[in-house]
Design a protein around this ligand. Structure first.
Ligand code: PDD
Length: 288
């Protein structure tokens, strides 16, 4: 393969085209794409693809990286440069490069790539034989126990919440809280019971969550793993999130209402203290 691809305003040999590992397309799936077919040197349904591209970019708040006339010229040129009479033109635009953070700034320099794939689009044997298919459960994306980089929705909602003055969001499904954008969420009831969502494909199985529940049980707290509502969280005596980046961090307000006193509570404070102490004692030294 010896294609010329398009990368951020330049024509580059495919082997030379490099995108940063800090690109948000790579880290957060924060990118959109289009595929346009070429048959006998003609772009197929081009206006429809451009219209959808603009809708996708608009929905994510990513600026169109080039003017529309330039975009058409790029489609023509990339096909000509690669001798594509029949094939596909793939384009992808990501929000751009930033140190990893769920929250992104209002303006960023998008990453824009295009490449071609030669393919005999008009010579499709399946047009004669037809396809054989099977049904699977619709689950795009309902496998949240897998720690994938499909983080676009979480990133969009957290950024939006930040701009509204909140620190984070809690996702609610069928009336029950699943988790925060990038942390597990727990409450302590007025009776002192630690309630946390039970493990399933509805949420990520947090490593910190597991350790904290273990420490809580050791400290003789009653732990219940079950679904709970935002209303129950608002009536809790305290609440907190857990993650590898925040350890145990209290949550003091939900939808503008105080949780408990609206101040940080003793249970989360104690669990944070025990967790840090334990990890400082048992953590693996990097210097050995
Ligand atoms: N996120 N839930 C989600 C959706 C997460 O992304 C994370 C962690 C957690 C907590 O898991 P753990 O305790 O294993 O870190 C729960 C990391 C910190 C991140 O994306 O930055």
């Amino acid at each position: 393969m010896d294609r010329t691809v398009y990368l951020n305003g330049a024509w580059v040999a495919e082997g030379e085209a490099k995108v940063s590992i800090f690109d948000r397309g790579f880290l957060f799936a924060d990118a959109i794409y289009e595929v346009t077919a070429v048959i006998q040197g003609k772009l197929v349904d081009y206006p429809g693809h451009v219209a959808r591209l603009k809708r996708s970019l608009g929905a994510l708040g990513i600026a169109m990286p080039v003017a529309e006339e330039v975009l058409l010229e790029l489609h023509k040129q990339i096909a000509r440069r690669n001798g594509v009479e029949d094939g596909l033109i793939y384009l992808q635009i990501s929000r751009g490069v930033q140190d990893r953070d769920f929250v992104f700034p209002e303006t960023m320099e998008p990453t824009f790539v295009m490449f071609t794939q030669k393919k005999k689009v008009l010579d499709n044997p399946k047009w004669k034989t037809g396809l054989s298919v099977k049904t699977v459960a619709e689950g795009r994306w309902s496998d949240r126990q897998i720690k994938t980089v499909q983080l676009l929705y979480s990133s969009l909602r957290k950024t939006e919440a930040n701009r509204e003055g909140y620190d984070d969001v809690l996702f609610v499904e069928n009336g029950h809280i699943t988790e925060a954008s990038s942390a597990n969420f727990h409450i302590v009831t007025q009776e002192g019971v630690l309630v946390t969502r039970d493990l399933s494909n509805a949420l990520l199985h947090g490593i910190t969550r597991g350790s904290i529940l273990h420490l809580a049980r050791e400290a003789e707290l009653v732990v219940e793993e079950r679904a709970f509502t935002p209303q129950e969280a608002k009536s809790a005596s305290e609440a907190f999130v857990t993650s590898a980046t925040s350890f145990v961090t209290p949550v003091v307000r939900l939808d503008g209402e105080k949780i408990g006193t609206g101040e940080t509570g003793p249970v989360s404070g104690k669990l944070l203290e025990i967790y840090i102490r334990e990890q400082l004692a048992a953590g693996i030294p990097v210097a050995s």
